[in-house]
Design a protein around this ligand. Structure first.
Ligand code: UGA
Length: 439
C-alpha cells in the first residue's frame, strides 16, 4: 500500500514510521524544510523512546520517505492521513486552519481515488469540512475524482507511542463507504494480530470517541485527586482507597493515581474543546467544567503543602525539584504541573534547583535563567531546604536516602506522585508529605 502522512509532529511521525515498519511505502510530508532535512538524516523533532532507531531503519530500507512536496508525494497514494496540529485558539476550540489548508492542497493535486483520513484530534463535523474543501478544489480543477473521507482518532500515549501503535487496544475508524472500510481494514490488519478489534462506525461518532475517551480519563484523574484531598482531611490513605476501589473490575485499577494534576498537550486541550463544543451547541458539560477546575486547583497542592509546612516563611529558601516534564519518558512540558509549581515558588521569592532526565533542554527553553539546572538528581539536593517530587521518573523511585540525608539542609520531602512509602520515609528520619496521605 502507498501511504502519505501530512504533518510530522508527534502523531504523524509515529503513524508514518509504524506503517513503514510493517512494510508499507510511506511518505511523511511537512512544510517545514528544516524538519524534513533533519528527518532524512535521522534527527527527530521530538523525543520518543525507540522512534529514532525505527525512523533510521525504515528510511534505509527505502520504505519511509520525507518530503516537503505534498503534490508529488500524494500521487498514487491509497490513503492520505492528515496529522497536522490543531492548537487551541483563543476561546478553547480547536483551530482547524492547518487541517483545512491541507485538505485544499490535497484537492488541488490528487489524481486518483484515495481515502483522506483525519488523524489529528478534531471536533465533530470536521470530516464534513474536509470533504467540502476537497470538493471545492476538485471543482475548480474540473476534475471529478471520487474520494472518501474518514476519521481515525489516535490513542497514543507519549512515551509509549510505538507500542500503542503496534499493539493497539482498539482502532476506531469512522467511514462513509464500504470501499473506504475495506481499505482501512487493509491498512490496520498487520496491527490486529493480538485479536484486538477495529471498530468501524459513522464519522461523527469516531470524532466524538476521541474527545469522550480523553475526557473520561481526565475525569478519573480529577475524581481521584478530589478523593485524595478529602482523604487527607479525614485521615484516610488514598493509596489504600485506590487499591480498594480499583479491584472492582467495573472501576479498574488503571489511571486512578492521584497526583498534582494532569498536563500535556492532550487532556487540557481536549477537555476545554469539548466544553466549548457543547456550549456552542446549547449544552453545558457540568462534569467536565468541574474536572478542569479540580485540575487547576491540584497543580497548586504541592506548593500549598510547602507553604503550610514552613508557615509562609519560604522567601530565600532553596527547593530541589525532581522532574519537569508533564509525565515520565517524555521531554514534553506543555501544561506541565511543574510550571505552576515553579511559578508559585519564584513568586514567593524561593530558589529552584531542578533536574529532569530528558526535559532539561526544553525547560531551559521555557524558563531560561529563572531557575538553576542541576547536573543530576543528587546535585539538585545540595543545600536544598526540601525536595519536591514532581514527575515520577523510574530513577527517582529508589534513590540512596543516605546520600539524600547528607546533601540536603533538612530532610523534608514533598512527594507529588506518591512514589515513596510514608512509614518507610518516617523511619528513615524524613518529614514526608504525599498526596492524599495524612502526614
Ligand atoms: C493521552 C491519552 O492517554 C492517550 O490515549 C491519547 O492518545 C493522548 O492523550 C492524545 O490525545 O494524544 P498523554 O497525554 O500522552 O496521552 O498522557 P497520559 O499518559 O494519558 O497522561 C496524562 C496526564 O495524566 C499526565 O499528566 C499524568 O501525570 C496524569 N495521570 C495519569 C495522573 O495524574 N494519574 C493517573 O493515574 C494517570
Amino acid at each position: 500500500m502507498k501511504i502519505a502522512v501530512i504533518g510530522t509532529g508527534y502523531v504523524g511521525l509515529v503513524t508514518g514510521t509504524c506503517l513503514a515498519e510493517v512494510g508499507m511505502e510511506v511518505t511523511c510530508i511537512d512544510i517545514d524544510q528544516r524538519k524534513i532535512d533533519n528527518l532524512k538524516l535521522g534527527i527527530l523533532p521530538i523525543y520518543e523512546p525507540g522512534l529514532e532507531e525505527m525512523v533510521v531503519r525504515n528510511t534505509s530500507k527505502n520504505r519511509l520517505y520525507f518530503s516537503t512536496d505534498l503534490a508529488e508525494s500524494i500521487k498514487g497514494a491509497d490513503v492520505a492521513f492528515i496529522a497536522v496540529g490543531t492548537p487551541p485558539d483563543g476561546d478553547g476550540s480547536a483551530d482547524l486552519k492547518h487541517v483545512i489548508a491541507v485538505a485544499r492542497a490535497i484537492g488541488r493535486s490528487m489524481n486518483n481515488y484515495m481515502v483522506i483520513v483525519t488523524k489529528s484530534t478534531v471536533p465533530v463535523g470536521t470530516a464534513r469540512k474536509v470533504r467540502a474543501a476537497i470538493e471545492e478544489e476538485l471543482q475548480i480543477r474540473e476534475m471529478p475524482f471520487d474520494f472518501d473521507v474518514a476519521s481515525n482518532p489516535e490513542f497514543l500515549k507519549e512515551g509509549a507511542a510505538i507500542d500503542d501503535f503496534l499493539k493497539p487496544d482498539r482502532i476506531v475508524v469512522g467511514i462513509e463507504s464500504e470501499r473506504a472500510e475495506e481499505i482501512m481494514q487493509r491498512v490496520y490488519k498487520p496491527f490486529l494480530l493480538n485479536g484486538h478489534p477495529i471498530i468501524f462506525m459513522d464519522i461523527p461518532s469516531a470524532e466524538m470517541t476521541k474527545y469522550a475517551a480523553n475526557s473520561m480519563l481526565a475525569t478519573k484523574i480529577s475524581f481521584m485527586n478530589d478523593i485524595a484531598n478529602l482523604c487527607e482531611i479525614m485521615g484516610a490513605d488514598v493509596n489504600m482507597v485506590r487499591k480498594g476501589i480499583g479491584s472492582d473490575a467495573r472501576i479498574g485499577n488503571k489511571f486512578i493515581y492521584p497526583g498534582i494534576g494532569y498536563g500535556g498537550s492532550c487532556f487540557p486541550k481536549d477537555v476545554k474543546a469539548l466544553i466549548k463544543t457543547a456550549c456552542d451547541n446549547g449544552y453545558e458539560m457540568k462534569i467536565l467544567k468541574s474536572v478542569e477546575a479540580v485540575n487547576e486547583n491540584q497543580k497548586n497542592v504541592l506548593f500549598n503543602k510547602v507553604y503550610k509546612h514552613f508557615q509562609g516563611d519560604i522567601a530565600g529558601k532553596t527547593f530541589a525539584l525532581w522532574g519537569l516534564s508533564f509525565k515520565p519518558k517524555t521531554d514534553d512540558m506543555r501544561e506541565a504541573p511543574s510550571l505552576t509549581i515553579i511559578d508559585r515558588l519564584l513568586e514567593a521569592g524561593c530558589h529552584v534547583k531542578a533536574y529532569d532526565p530528558v526535559a532539561m533542554k526544553e525547560a531551559h527553553h521555557i524558563l531560561g535563567d529563572k531557575i538553576t539546572y542541576a547536573n543530576d538528581q543528587y546535585d539538585a539536593l545540595i543545600d536544598a531546604d526540601a525536595l519536591l517530587i514532581v514527575t515520577e521518573w523510574p530513577e527517582f523511585r529508589s534513590p540512596n536516602f543516605n546520600v539524600l540525608s547528607k546533601l540536603m539542609k533538612d530532610r523534608i520531602i514533598f512527594d507529588g506522585r506518591n512514589i515513596y512509602d510514608i512509614k518507610q520515609m518516617q523511619e528513615a528520619g524524613f518529614t514526608y508529605y504525599g498526596i492524599g496521605v495524612k502526614p
